[in-house]
Each structure stands twice: as C-alpha cells, then as structure tokens.
Design a binder for this molecule. Structure first.
Ligand code: PMP
Length: 462
C-alpha cells in the first residue's frame, strides 16, 4: 500500500476512507457513494481541502476552534509539554503541574464560587461525570433517593450513554437506549412552538414546566436540572429573556442543583467568558470542553462550586469515577496556552466590540431574503430560520430538513461551512474572524440562499 499522505489523489483517499473509517453521525453507505471531502490544512478561519479549495469555516470545526486554526504558540506548548512530561495520571494521590495550573486558572475565570475542576477529555465525558457528581452529592447528604436529572427535549449534552440520555434528541435515545433517572421537559423554542404567545410569555411557560416536573416527580426525587444557555446542536435556540431567570428562581426555590452546559457557550462564544454571565445564570456546575483548548487537544471538564466539591470531597471513601486522560498534561498545557491567548490577545473584546456588531448588522440584514424568517445572533453564535411564510412562522410542506439540507449543500459548493438543523441554518465561526472575512461569509451565505431558493422552487418544495 502507498504511504497515505496529503499527496494521494482525492479519489484514493476517499476510497480508503470508505473502506476503513466509520464516521460519527453519518450513514457510511451514503457517504461512500459521494466521497468525503478531505480537509488537508487550515489557518485562521480558512480550511483547505485536497482539491485545493479554500473554504471559510463558519462553524469553527464543531463550535470549538475559538482562536482559529494553526496557532504556532499552541504547537509549541504541546511540543514543550511532550518533551517534559508527555503523560502522567491524576489518580492515586498524584498530580502534575499542567493540571494544577489549568484548574487554578479555570477557578479564576469562572464566576462565583466555581472553584474546583474535574477533568475529562470531552463534553460527553464531563456530563457523565456530572451525573455521578450530583448523585454522589445527594447520597453523602443523606438523600440517596434524589437521583433524577431534569433536562430538555432537543437539548444536546453529548453522545456517551450518559450524555446522550441527558440530551433530548430522540434519535440518539433510539441509538442504543437511554439510562434511567433522566426526565425531559419542553424547550424554549419560541419560533417553532410558541404559537400565539409572546416570546416572553412562552419563555415563562416553558421554564415553569420545570416546576411542574419537580412537583410531579416529588422534590425528594430530583437531583438537578441541566441546560445549555443557548441550545447549540438543537439549532442555536436563543431562549426568550424570561426563561433563565425563571429557571434560576425554580432551582433556588426547590434546592435543585443547576448544571449549565457551557461546552459551546464557554470561552468567549457569547461575548463573555461564559454564557452564564451573558444570561445572568448562577450554576452549581458548569460543563466545559471545545473552546477550552480551541479544539487543539481533546479536553473537557466540570467546574464545580465550593459546596458540592466540599461535600463530595469530604467522604472517607473514594469518588469512584475518572478517566485515564483526566487532566492529561499535554491537553492541559495546550488549554492553558489557549486561555492565555484568549486573554492577552483580547479575543473576547474582539467578539464584543468588533466581530459581533459587524456580523450582527449583516446577519440580520439576511432577513430580507424571501426564505429567511427569524435571524438570531448572540456573540458569534447565529441562526437563520428558513420558512415559506414569515408571518405565520410556517413550516415547509416537505419533510423537515429538506430545504435546510439543500441550502447546506449550496454552502458546501460555495466553500462556506454553514450547518443546518432541520430548516434552520446555523453558524459559529472562530472568534478571531475579521470584518473582511465576515463579508466573505455573508456573501457566500446569501449566494447559497439564493441558489437554494431557486432550486427549492424548481423542485416544487415551496
Ligand atoms: N454539550 C454540548 C452543549 C455540546 O454542544 C456538545 C458537543 N457538541 C457536548 C456536550 C458533547 O461534547 P463532546 O462532543 O466533546 O463529547
């Protein structure tokens, strides 16, 4: 077999990929028919594929490459750490400097008394940690029957058995089952489900489903509530302003632990370090991953408040949970360097003062497109709702997602990565995107919308 490198022809790489590589969230049969796009390099907000196309990455990979691709400082941080201490674990009464330094830095950055970090390698793993943490907390407090975690339909918390069960996506539950002790309530998706209510009324109504669920189950059974400040994978669903304050009030009233999943919204995405700050939420635990290392290394974790850390840490017996790579020194060193870049380069100021205002003007202007209803943008996380009738907030007659997929395909051909969730187009570009690059993103988005609109009408899908 030839050595497999970037220099092989695309068709050969695609054939090998189809023969041996099983892709996440993909029908491998469908992919084999068309051949995967092979990404060979990336710099800043730009990807290069094996055909030499330059693609603007409107999704920062999977919402993670916050500081952009190809940063030399991060390569150096990894190389330095590999030379010094390539691996050691944090089990069995042992620690190392990168894990200490990163935990201390996160404690400094996180709001309130979120001062303790349990490391994982991904957001899914961190949410699995959270399930054990909150149940262990109530066990030690002498209330072992408090085990149920309440989450939302169409929330996303990962793809492990725990994370996938917390998530409210039925197609993930169908992929092998759902663990017990997890209950779901409605999501604050006003466009799709708000009917004749105002967004504010609807936000309150959906938040109050939490109270109803607590009362239905019995408060003595409920351990925690988990939610994303903005649902990401669910379609960049920005909740009405009334939603989070009411969730907070209910959690406080019933003494329910509040887990805020910041895997996407952390590390500058919403214009603050954390989405909890943007929405005024006070969590007991925050789930982090993705932007923690800007995707340069697989690392995630749970940032835990004093009370939970002290209770869980107070027992004489062990907290029986952990991963070989919890606090991996190379991942931790890279994450630490990534946080230094975000801080010293003023990346969050750039989001707040430059990139968000510039993108907001252009993004919201897309509302004049005949197919675009709602436009949303918080920080650098945006959505365009496609609809055949804006006033009625109507759905297309075609199967949900058909028009969104057509639009995404046009983006793909126009060298823009923009995702679709059913008929909602979403973006989450690297936080370092410049106004000039935003112009390219918007021009390609508009062109793709125009082409998709034409195609949808020609196909009679309108
Ligand atoms: N939580 C949220 C909010 C996410 O968006 C994701 C990933 N998209 C996860 C958890 C899971 O993270 P990972 O894929 O790193 O396991």
């Amino acid at each position: 077999m030839n050595k497999i490198t970037n220099h092989l022809p695309t068709a050969e790489l695609q054939a090998l990929d189809a023969a041996h590589h099983m892709h996440p969230f993909t029908s491998d049969a469908a992919l084999a028919k068309r051949g995967a796009r092979v990404i060979t390099a990336a710099k800043g907000v730009w990807l290069t594929d094996s055909e030499g196309n330059r693609i603007i990455d409107g999704m920062a990979g999977l919402w993670c490459v916050n500081v952009g691709y190809g940063r030399e400082e991060l390569a150096e941080a990894a190389a330095r750490q590999i030379r010094e201490l390539s691996y050691y674990n944090t089990f069995f009464m042992t620690t190392h400097v990168p894990a200490i330094a990163l935990a201390a830095k996160l404690a400094q950055l996180a709001p309130g008394d979120l001062n303790h970090v349990f490391f994982a390698s991904s957001g899914s793993e961190a949410n699995d940690t959270n399930i054990r943490l909150v149940r262990r907390y109530w066990d030690i407090k002498g209330q072992p029957e408090k085990r149920v975690i309440i989450a939302r339909r169409n929330g996303y918390h990962g793809s492990t058995m725990g994370g996938g069960s917390l998530g409210g996506m039925t197609y993930i539950h169908a992929a092998g089952g759902k663990i017990d002790g997890i209950e779901h309530i409605g999501q604050p998706h006003w466009w799709a489900e708000g009917g004749d209510m105002t967004p504010e009324e609807f936000g309150l109504m959906r938040a109050r489903e939490l109270e109803e669920k607590i009362l239905e189950l019995g408060v003595e059974k409920v351990a925690a509530f988990i939610g994303e400040p903005i649902q990401g994978a669910g379609g960049v669903i920005v909740p009405p302003s009334t939603y989070w304050p009411e969730i907070q009030r209910i959690c406080d009233k019933y003494g329910i632990l509040l887990i805020v999943d910041e895997v996407i919204t952390g590390f500058g995405r919403t214009g603050n370090w954390f989405g909890s700050q943007t929405f005024g939420i006070k969590p007991h635990i925050m789930t982090i991953a993705k932007g923690l290392s800007s995707g340069y290394q697989p690392i995630g974790g749970s940032i835990v408040c004093d009370e939970i850390a002290h209770v869980v840490g107070s027992a004489d017996d062990d907290f029986n949970h952990g991963y070989t790579y919890s606090g991996h020194p190379v991942a931790a060193a890279v994450a630490l360097e990534n946080l230094r870049i975000i801080e010293e380069d003023g990346v969050i100021d750039h989001v707040r003062d430059v990139a968000h205002p510039y993108l907001a003007e252009r993004w919201h202007a897309l509302a004049d497109h005949p197919m675009v209803g709602e436009t949303k943008l918080v920080g650098l996380m945006g959505a365009l709702q496609l609809t055949p009738n804006k006033e009625k907030r109507a759905k297309f007659a075609a199967k949900p997602g058909t028009v969104g997929l057509r639009t995404r395909e046009r983006c793909f051909r126009n060298n823009l990565v923009m995702r679709h969730v059913y008929d909602r187009m979403i973006i989450s570009p690297p936080l370092v995107i410049t106004p000039e690059e935003i112009d390219v993103l918007i021009a390609r988005a508009r062109l793709s919308l125009d082409e998709a609109y034409k195609q949808v009408r020609e196909e009679g899908l309108w």
